[in-house]
Design a protein around this ligand. Structure first.
Ligand SMILES: [Zn+2]
Length: 441
């Protein structure tokens, strides 16, 4: 199957823009990006008019929670948190306990569809459903990668907080899923909730059962109490604790890392472990500041995630920039170079550590993960200012993804899902959410 999109403006996500070109997708690869005026045009099974559209590489969300998709508008009582741990106890740990197999699937479906609408083509998920653990990662995999068609990396966020039986189920689910073969669309990690909810014995079990080439995915120092608890209970900082169990690896994602110190940051760089910044979630939970520039300067592979708070990666990136400027009191902090590295270099590089796919820029021969936006720039657009257009055009106005392809498979065409009946899915999701909310403890 070949598709040719004519009259298109393209930013390759690297150092080139092209005006009025034809982009040809052949199977799961980009076959050609060539001037539209070239005659004869490359023949294709289908031809699309890309006039008024901007093509970009598909976006990667490096840390999200699909299980939170049905929380929108949900009321919990009491809700009077005085700390980040109390936000977890009063809200998120009630929601995840109420999830059953059906709501796990529905939540993942809604989350993945909304991600596709935001131009996300690959997501890295951190899943929890303590009363529906076995096979939950297969449900996510089937929903996200087969049903919607995105690429996904999955893990179960193991914890001691619901007792040893749930902990052991979590270990088994991670081990089971990690034993399946990785592909270009499906990857796996060993999920852990956070240092403060796992004992040394649990980490020992993780270390014993994690495959050599796999890493963990864990929240680290999201709230200040995580480090305080670690020092009190274990006499060391969290990053050193994880290192003691050999869990700092190039395949390990440490989300947040707001309260780690310089020694811990240096160790992360030395181990080549991954850190993911989630600025809007951090602000929403009032947990503290993440010094993005310091992590990039220390050569820590730093990516960007939404932590389940939506999927609009360009709005997230915009926030990462203005938050850094605001917190440093310096309008030059969080500059274009840093932001570009986060979303367009590091996030694809992070995803490529888990998937058999070389994600990133749009080039002949590269995977056909392409999104099209309705975007007619009111000012000149070139490779030097494309990110400025995305941040100050799409992120602060509206994101207008019209078409999306993952490995050449059409996900959205002219704003509609190709393989999904959106109206029916949303109607079912509303019923599922109503019954999920009734089960909240
Ligand atoms: Zn998270």
């Amino acid at each position: 199957m070949t598709l040719r999109i004519d009259n298109l403006r393209v930013w390759d996500g690297r150092n080139a823009t092209f005006d009025d070109v034809s982009l040809v997708i052949d199977g799961d690869r980009i076959a050609q990006i060539a001037p539209h005026s070239r005659t004869p045009a490359t023949p294709a099974d289908e031809v699309l008019d890309g006039r008024g559209k901007l093509a970009l590489p598909g976006l990667v969300n490096a840390h999200t929670h699909l299980y939170s998709s049905l929380a929108r508008g949900m009321a919990v009582s009491p809700f009077d948190p005085g700390s980040f741990t109390q936000i977890l106890e009063q809200l998120w740990w009630k929601l995840d306990k109420a999830l059953d197999p059906e709501s796990v699937r529905t939540s993942a479906l809604i989350g993945a569809m909304e991600a596709a609408r935001c131009g996300v083509t690959t997501l890295i998920d951190h899943h929890a459903s303590p009363n529906a653990i076995p096979d939950s990662l297969d449900a996510l995999k089937e929903t996200v990668t087969e049903g919607v068609g995105l690429r996904g990396v999955f893990c179960y966020e193991l914890s001691d907080r619901d007792g040893l039986d749930r902990r052991d189920q979590g270990i088994r689910e991670n081990v089971r899923f990690l034993s399946q073969p990785t592909s270009s669309h499906i990857g796996a990690q060993f999920g852990i909730h956070a240092s403060f909810t796992v004992s040394d014995e649990t980490l020992e079990r993780v270390a014993d059962s994690i495959p050599e080439d796999a890493g963990v995915h864990i929240h680290v120092a999201e709230g200040p109490e995580d480090e305080v608890q670690c020092e009190a209970a274990h006499g060391e900082r969290i990053v050193h604790r994880l290192d003691r169990f050999g869990l700092l690896k190039p395949q390990s994602i440490l989300a947040h890392c707001l309260h780690i110190n310089d020694d811990e940051r240096a160790l992360l760089a030395e181990r080549d472990a991954i850190v993911v910044h989630n600025p809007r979630s951090n602000m929403n939970n009032a947990v503290g500041l993440f010094d993005m520039d310091a992590f990039l300067d220390a050569n820590v592979l730093t990516g960007l995630g939404t932590d389940g708070l939506g999927a609009n990666m360009l709005a997230e990136l915009f926030t990462a920039g203005i938050l850094q400027k605001h917190s440093r009191g310096n309008p030059l902090a969080g500059g274009f170079d840093a932001l570009y590295r986060l979303l367009f270099v590091n996030n694809p590089a992070i995803a490529s550590r888990f998937l058999n796919a070389d994600l990133g820029g749009l080039a002949e021969g590269s995977p056909a993960d392409v999104i099209l936006l309705d975007y007619a720039p009111p000012t000149p657009l070139d490779a030097g200012n494309a990110l400025g257009h995305l941040l100050f055009g799409t992120a602060v106005h509206s994101l207008c993804v019209t078409d999306s392809f993952v490995g050449g498979r059409p996900i959205l065409r002219n704003r509609a899902f190709v393989d999904l009946d959106e109206e029916a899915v949303y109607a079912r999701a509303r019923e599922c959410a109503a019954s999920l909310w009734k089960r909240l403890g």
